[in-house]
Design a protein around this ligand. Structure first.
Ligand SMILES: Cc1cc2nc3c(=O)[nH]c(=O)nc-3n(C[C@H](O)[C@H](O)[C@H](O)COP(=O)(O)OP(=O)(O)OC[C@H]3O[C@@H](n4cnc5c(N)ncnc54)[C@H](O)[C@@H]3O)c2cc1C
Length: 355
């Protein structure tokens, strides 16, 4: 005897978790299955910043995405009785006079209300001869958010620690059947992040995935509460404990920490940190980048009972709530998918398996 749900979600990273909450809000029944290992969300620093890159660009669609992310995470905090979303200014140390001039100029135009060009920096902690600017920012404690969500789903009978073999999914006249779980559903949504094993339906989508590594360090005497950026970032996570990262490499795409990445992070950290530190952990994961880092969502163009939510790149914390909302509304028959992020774009010549 199979049980029936409206939606099965494969993967409980940032994508699958936000989508599960949104679908539950629409009053639909959901089952989330996650193989409980791997994935990039467990490593994500959860940083959300309005200004990115050397050229001080405003983050893509910040004015729409950020308010939605704040409202979403606050709502889930209230529902789960857990605190994991921290809105706090972040500090960015100027790397050059040109950068400082640009920040001052943009603070009255493109970045008005988002940056304060003359922030204070403790010069016994940090090397910042040109000063720093402060930006309104946030940090999602990703493991805590995912754990609280998982417990909520589990209590509602909507979570299973299980691996779903995509090739084992059977298409039926009204939806799908997953024999290994004895479950039938109207739609299965693939929220699998980066996975080297291509599945038969969405496997044609090409990743530009990027491996990233992060150190955890203890810095005796450092009590900075803001995330500090200077090429890399230093994020407080406990008393005198910080995470610092991250690197970008493209080969090999695995989750093994490397001596090269550790050396790179440490050398960049020493460029602005005056205090001695001790490395206490080192981890790596692969960011699911597709295209230029924009999300990819929607139903399969030929197999509408299969859908996709991926491509969150290096900004899953900011992007997931907005695009989970768009996809959930679409799956519930209440809206379309924007062309730019529509998965159909990436499956130009697809054929149904066997077709
Ligand atoms: C070093 C590093 C630093 C980062 N820092 C930030 C940051 O500061 N801010 C930010 O917003 N983002 C950051 N990111 C990016 C962020 O991690 C991603 O955007 C996000 O985690 C992607 O989420 P996802 O749910 O798409 O994928 P994943 O987190 O990879 O989740 C996919 C899940 O699906 C499961 N799964 C896959 N296949 C199956 C199957 N067949 N059956 C069952 N389960 C399956 C996996 O086990 C996994 O749990 C960082 C990433 C890295 C690597």
């Amino acid at each position: 005897m199979s049980s029936h749900v409206d939606f099965v979600i494969i993967g409980q990273g940032l994508a699958g978790t936000a989508l599960a909450w949104r679908l539950l809000r629409c009053g639909r029944s959901v089952l989330v299955a996650d193989r409980a290992r791997g994935g990039s969300s467990h490593l994500a620093a959860g940083l959300i910043t309005p200004v990115t890159g050397k050229r001080l660009a405003k983050s893509w669609r910040w004015d729409e995405l950020y308010p939605e992310a704040v409202a979403f995470y606050r709502e889930i905090e209230a529902d789960t009785g857990t605190t994991f979303f921290h809105q706090r200014p972040a500090l960015r140390i100027y790397g050059s006079e040109a950068e400082r001039d640009e920040c001052v100029r943009r603070s009255t135009s493109l970045l008005r209300g988002l940056v304060r060009p003359d922030a204070s920096v403790r010069d016994d902690w940090f090397l910042a001869p040109l000063g720093a600017f402060e930006m309104g920012a946030a940090r999602l404690d990703v493991p805590r958010y995912l754990d609280a969500s998982r417990e909520h789903l589990r209590a509602a009978g909507a979570y299973l620690a299980a691996e779903i073999e995509p090739r084992g999914i059977e298409l039926t006249a009204t939806g799908v059947r997953i024999p290994s779980l004895s479950v039938e559903a109207r739609v299965v949504i693939f929220c699998r992040g980066f996975d080297a094993d291509a599945d038969p339906w969405f496997g044609a989508i090409k990743f530009n995935a990027a491996k990233g590594e992060i150190l955890t360090v203890r810095i005796p005497g450092l009590a900075e509460e803001r995330v500090v950026h200077r090429g890399i970032w230093l994020a407080p996570v406990g008393i005198e404990v910080f995470r610092v990262g991250s690197t970008y490499t493209w080969d090999p795409l695995d989750s093994r920490p490397t001596a090269e990445a550790r050396a790179e992070i440490e050398s960049r950290l020493r460029e602005f940190l005056r205090l001695p530190y001790e490395v206490i952990d080192h981890q790596a994961a692969v960011r699911p980048v597709i295209d230029a880092g924009f999300p990819v969502i929607g139903r399969h163009p030929h197999v509408p009972q299969l859908a996709y939510f991926n491509g969150l790149g290096s900004k899953g914390s900011l992007l997931a709530p907005f695009f989970a909302n768009q996809l959930a509304a679409h799956l519930c028959g209440e809206g379309g998918i924007e062309e730019k992020v529509n998965v159909s774009r990436f499956l130009v010549h697809p054929q149904p398996p066997g077709g």
